[in-house]
Write a protein that binds this ligand. Structure first.
Ligand code: HEM
Length: 503
């Protein structure tokens, strides 16, 4: 007999109430009846859990808000739309993830990625507003997985006093003054040296060449090990964040761990050498740590080094790699560049003299080319913020605590803003005022308070690279160059070129 029928028959056949049977000291309830009760309790519990689950799923998709939320789906609980977000995009065009949702919901929509509800903005006004409200209505925030990767004390996660202090420190090295006095000469020399070395080889894998020889530190044991770990790190950065052995994400975290070990070693070595000259940014940081009452902690210093190394290893190298690919496909642009740079060389007393600041500033067309390269490269496909309070914008409410992803590619590739947006057309920037910060229509380097501190350095680097490339060499593609983008980074993979000295 089914246990619940047994319980029913027990109720019908007995004249003594059940409680009396139990409390009378004699066990009058049969084991079958006990099993039946347990069965019912289990069923009730299962029903309760099921109802709670349904409620949770409902709440996941209909979160509470003091106003109208933007349209969009929060996907399946916990996972949200993370998988779709991380799907690779083999083109320079906007990812399908953003493109499809903009088509369906408009330029402001909600989603959920890596465990957080996020409002994505492809709307130039909203993006601008978000940047202007840094520290007021919004603050810099990156999903937990990004923070794990870059370190909890990375500059993007710091606010207030410590953030301002770090920014001043970074700007001391990468600001205009040092750029003019030191970095322009250094990058120019590095570009000349690298290109001459490449010309002596049958071919060079461009991305590898640029990030290791050009922007990397002096070749030493530790920098080689750092580079290897960075490669693992970067491969994982563009992967789905599951931290179990065998996944690219796990490799990335291991890469970070090892890179941090190398950085720690370098720090220890330099701290122990009181006579060391201040040569690079690391030395500046060491000087700060040596102060009597240092404001920096070792952890913050190491996270800062890590982020800066990443920024200089990767971002500019990616933009330049894609840039050379675009130049290769657009010989007219190369002709116009040659005209500008050959004139610079002609106007010098010594044609082999280093690039001067005045020369750099005179390279108007080169500046247009660089703007166009970074517009199409879209190196940073998402800039993240968090709402500090409920924010009303464009008829929607962004609840306090929600993430916001400003999406620069959606602006840079919007045909209403840039005609024929996928065309590489530097002339579109002609006669436009020089852009020195983020604008509503150009946000490759961010905007507002958090505007990229490396902007000027990366522009100088790209300009000096182009100068050496077009004045001294011609080149052809030997292999590869397929573009593969993911929300982490996008780049032409395995792009090999061969340099031939110009006669
Ligand atoms: C093509 C090259 C580059 C691009 C496209 C780029 C892009 C960006 C963007 C979009 C941001 C804003 C992030 C945000 O608002 O959350 C940013 C911030 C930053 N960038 Fe760059 N960057 C480039 C090169 C560099 C270089 C070469 C360095 C360092 C040497 C650098 C260092 C930084 C730092 C430290 C920040 C954080 C600033 C802050 O939080 O205030 N970047 N970058």
């Amino acid at each position: 007999m089914q246990p619940y029928l047994q319980l029913a028959s027990l109720r019908l056949t007995t004249t003594i109430p059940l409680s009396q049977k139990i409390f009378s000291g004699k066990l009058l309830v049969t084991p079958e009846a006990m099993a039946a009760m347990a069965y019912i309790v289990l069923w009730a519990a299962a029903l309760f859990v099921f109802a709670a689950l349904l409620h949770w799923v409902y709440r996941w998709n209909h979160p509470k808000a003091n106003g109208k939320l933007p349209p969009g789906s929060l996907g399946i609980p916990l996972l949200g739309e993370t998988m779709q977000f991380f799907a690779p995009n083999p083109s320079n065009d906007l990812s399908d993830f953003v493109k499809n949702r903009v088509k369906r919901y408009g330029s402001i929509f909600k989603t959920s990625i890596v465990g957080r509800p996020v409002v994505v903005s492809a709307d130039p006004d909203m993006n601008y507003f978000v940047f202007q409200q840094e520290g007021k209505l919004f603050e810099s925030w990156y999903p937990d997985t990004f923070t794990e990767i870059f370190g909890r004390d990375n500059v993007g996660s710091l606010h207030g006093f410590m953030y301002k202090y770090l920014k001043t420190l970074v700007l001391r090295l990468y600001g205009q003054e040092n750029l003019k006095a030191v970095l322009l000469g250094e990058t120019d020399a590095a570009c000349r040296g690298s290109l001459a070395a490449w010309a002596a080889q049958p071919s060079v894998e461009l991305k590898e060449g640029i990030s290791t020889k050009l922007i990397g530190y002096e070749p030493s044991k530790s920098s080689e090990s750092l580079r290897k770990n960075f490669v693992a790190f970067i491969r994982g950065l563009i992967s789905f964040p599951i931290n179990i052995p065998g996944t690219a994400y796990h490799e990335c975290m291991e890469g970070r761990k090892n890179a941090m070990k190398v950085l720690k070693g370098m720090m220890k070595e330099r701290m122990a050498d009181p006579n060391r000259k201040c040569e690079d940014f690391f030395d500046h940081v060491i000087q700060e740590l040596r102060r009597e009452k240092p404001l920096l902690t070792e952890t913050i210093a190491l996270d800062l080094m890590f982020v800066l190394l990443f920024a200089s290893f990767e971002t500019t190298a990616l933009a330049l790699t894609l840039g050379v690919k675009l130049l290769t496909e657009n010989p007219k642009v190369v002709d116009a560049l040659r005209e500008e740079h050959d004139a610079v060389v002609r106007n010098r007393k010594d044609p082999d003299a280093p690039v001067t600041w005045a020369e750099y500033r005179s390279m108007k067309f080169t500046n247009q080319v660089i703007m166009e390269m970074v517009r199409i490269a879209n190196i940073v496909p998402g800039i993240f913020r968090k709402a500090l309070q409920d924010v009303e914008i464009k008829g929607y409410t962004i609840p306090a605590g929600w993430g916001i992803m400003v999406c620069p590619p959606a602006v840079h590739l919007n045909p209403e803003i840039y005609e024929d947006p996928l065309a590489f057309n530097p002339w579109r920037w002609q006669n436009k005022p020089e852009i020195t910060g983020g604008t509503k229509h150009f946000m490759a380097f961010g905007g507002g308070l958090r505007f990229c501190v490396g902007t000027d350095l990366s522009r100088v680097l790209m300009a000096t690279f182009i100068h050496s490339l077009v004045t001294k060499y011609s080149w052809k593609t030997v292999k590869g160059g397929n573009v593969v983008r993911t929300p982490g980074l996008g780049f032409p993979d395995g792009f090999h070129i061969q340099l031939v000295p110009r006669s």
